[in-house]
Design a protein. Sequence first.
Length: 341
Amino acid sequence: MSASSRPQPLRRSGKPQQGESLFHIELTFDDNRKLADVLGEFDANLALIENKLGLKAVVHGNVVVLDGDRESCLLGKAVLDTLYKRAGTGTAIAQGDVEGAVRHLKGGDSGVLPGFKSPEPFPSFGELRTRKRTIIARTPAQSAYIKALQGREMVFGTGPAGTGKTYLAVAHAAGCLERGEVDRLILSRPAVEAGERLGFLPGDMKEKVDPYLRPLYDALYDVLAPERVERGLETKAIEIAPLAFMRGRTLSHAIIILDEAQNCTAMQMKMFLTRLGEGSKMIITGDPSQIDLPPGQSSGLADALGVLEGVEGIAHVAFTRADVVRHPLVGRIIEAYETKR
């Protein structure tokens, strides 16, 4: 945290613009190396904060001076204090972390689940840990999602591509598996729901299904060491389970992730949800705007969200384009499609 901060009225020459509220904060940090990590090379991170919040920031040694309106300065202080504290854990501060901190703190409690609202002026950051890395939420909806994953037995995460719903689900499941909280991690997608596509692909079952589950594999290898993933696949601690082959099973002491759930039929979704066994948790992710089912078939994801609304133990976090954490252009592409359809 910063050693001290002194908010003051801003004093400068010239008359303020009509309605402009001027403010001045001086932040003193006690560790220059950590501060350098926060500010970035050639103060690039600080420039990004200036641009995102519309304030002026100047560095004098271990002092950062913020000038602007009151809200922007207080938000800038919260962002810098957050990143400084994070730098103290040895975590490298990338520009994505800066943007995430700004978006998260600026977003307040928007999109947060009932019961998960922050009593503080700024919401707390959700956090997931594995031995390989620590993942910190970049939007309030991501924090709500992480808290739901940690506290509910069944979680639905819906929204556009790039919001982190699948990645965070896999990271949470991988951490639980590493800590011994569950015995198995089961990954499933409905891309091969009827089984007919499998015959056109070479190899055994794993090789046939791999192309459909590649996004889940990518997330696994990002949060777990490669040898841990390979060992898990060999011992069946990590299992690939096409949706068509889930019928009749009871899945106990496991975390089960169903990805691309918008392409399940209502019957398939009911079948999947009723596989939940003792000591298990289910995470269902999907994008309701990208349904690939044949005409006339309704999405099991949309059906389940309507049927299960208000059921105890189930949480639903709906992401929007504001939660896209990939390239900024992805958010603009999604917005363009939404406005022109």
